[in-house]
Design a protein around this ligand. Structure first.
Ligand code: NI
Ligand code: MN
Length: 229
């Protein structure tokens, strides 16, 4: 399995059989190395509806005939555009062909703004736990620090955690470093920073605050270096 980071909150997972894109914000993302018209995906996972996460979902899904996995209300909207969806709710897991997906809580909001300026309600914002080929990946989505990250850490043996550090809209470096203590992942990758002026951060500052996990600061296109076990 290959897990790669592509700027902002974009994560790509290539399993033996499938390609999964999380929060594929490509067009307008100055931090990404991806080209929307060339990307392939079998599944697209959305943590919430905000445009810097929803991104190129519609074009990618239509061109690849991909299935979009999202929280119920957001999935309903995507389905109304003629796209295959799989709707889920917080705390529920489902075994897909590529592995297991479980949405977790996130303290944030969730809406999608159309080109016409209409605001679509997106249901609850979420994080996501993926279990693929014996690895557990946690993508926190956009969230504040919350105490039940401890519960997520106790009930899951997280190999890789993608945590926002940008501040302003989500956790900043200090809160994200505290989140690492609660989640107890082996590897942490900081995300959701430097894309826009309000979320400018130095990821090395975050790295210096963390001593209980290995922090991998990745450039767009870099692979997570998975531990062998
Ligand atoms: Ni957001
Ligand atoms: Mn965001």
């Amino acid at each position: 399995m290959q897990i790669s980071y592509h700027g902002h909150s974009v994560v790509k997972i290539k399993s033996n059989s499938h390609t999964i894109l999380i929060d594929p914000f490509i067009t307008g993302n100055g931090q990404t190395d991806l080209i929307a018209s060339e990307e392939k995906a079998d599944f697209i996972l959305l943590t919430h509806g905000h445009n810097d996460h929803f991104g190129d979902t519609v074009d990618l899904a239509k061109r690849n005939n991909a299935t979009v996995i999202a929280i119920f209300e957001l999935a309903e909207y995507v389905e109304s555009l003629g796209i295959n969806v799989h709707a889920m709710g917080l705390g529920g897991a489902y075994d897909f062909e590529f592995g297991r997906v479980k949405f977790t809580q996130a303290f944030h909001s969730s809406s999608y703004t159309t080109e016409d300026g209409e605001t679509i309600y997106g249901g609850m914002p979420a994080g996501v736990l993926l279990t693929i080929e014996d690895k557990t990946i946690y993508h926190a989505g956009d969230t504040a620090l919350f105490g039940d990250m401890k519960l997520i850490g106790e009930r899951n043996d997280i190999d890789v955690a993608f945590l926002p550090i940008g501040d302003n809209f989500t956790m900043g470096p200090e809160d994200a470093a505290y989140a690492v203590q609660l989640l107890k992942p082996q590897i942490v990758v900081p995300i959701h920073y430097n894309t826009f002026p309000p979320i400018k951060q130095d990821p090395q500052k975050f790295k210096n605050l963390v001593d209980s996990a290995e922090v991998q600061v990745l450039n767009a296109g870099d692979l997570v270096q998975l531990k062998r076990d």
